[in-house]
Design a protein around this ligand. Structure first.
Ligand code: ZN
Length: 132
């Protein structure tokens, strides 16, 4: 199996959506037991990152800190008016690589894979490439 993808609909301007379950589903379908899983966002105002999935306050703190660090009302040149979203995407990155071992993602106990939306709500895509 090569490249797969799924769609998601984000519901607010800035949010972190846990997509770990969706990535695991794709890994399971691939049948690959040992390898590498790349999760990639093809967008310039939404990215992919790994962070804590236990305490929801962490997610809130990250979004709050990003909002304060790069305010939407900042003094930007880009006419579309969403430069803050481009910069926040730069900060979370557009992809993650997770090792695959014994048919599962090698994630730490408290880690989850997140789709990070910074200019929603929108219809978005996530690509997954699993290499055995
Ligand atoms: Zn833009």
């Amino acid at each position: 199996m090569g490249l797969s993808r799924f769609s998601l609909r984000t519901t607010t301007r800035c949010e972190l959506i846990d997509i770990t379950g969706e990535v695991r589903k794709n890994l399971s379908v691939s049948g690959i037991r040992e390898g590498l899983c790349c999760v990639y966002s093809p967008h310039t105002t939404a990215g992919i990152t790994i962070n804590e999935n236990a305490d929801p306050d962490v997610k809130r703190d990250i979004l709050s800190w990003l909002g304060k660090s790069v305010p939407a009302s900042g003094n930007f040149t880009h006419a579309e008016g969403n430069s803050d979203a481009h910069i926040k995407t730069l900060m979370t990155g557009s992809s993650v690589m997770v090792p695959v071992h014994q048919g599962d993602l090698v994630l730490g106990t408290w880690q989850g894979i997140y789709f990070s939306e910074f200019d929603g709500p929108r219809d978005r895509k996530v690509f997954i490439q699993i290499i055995g």
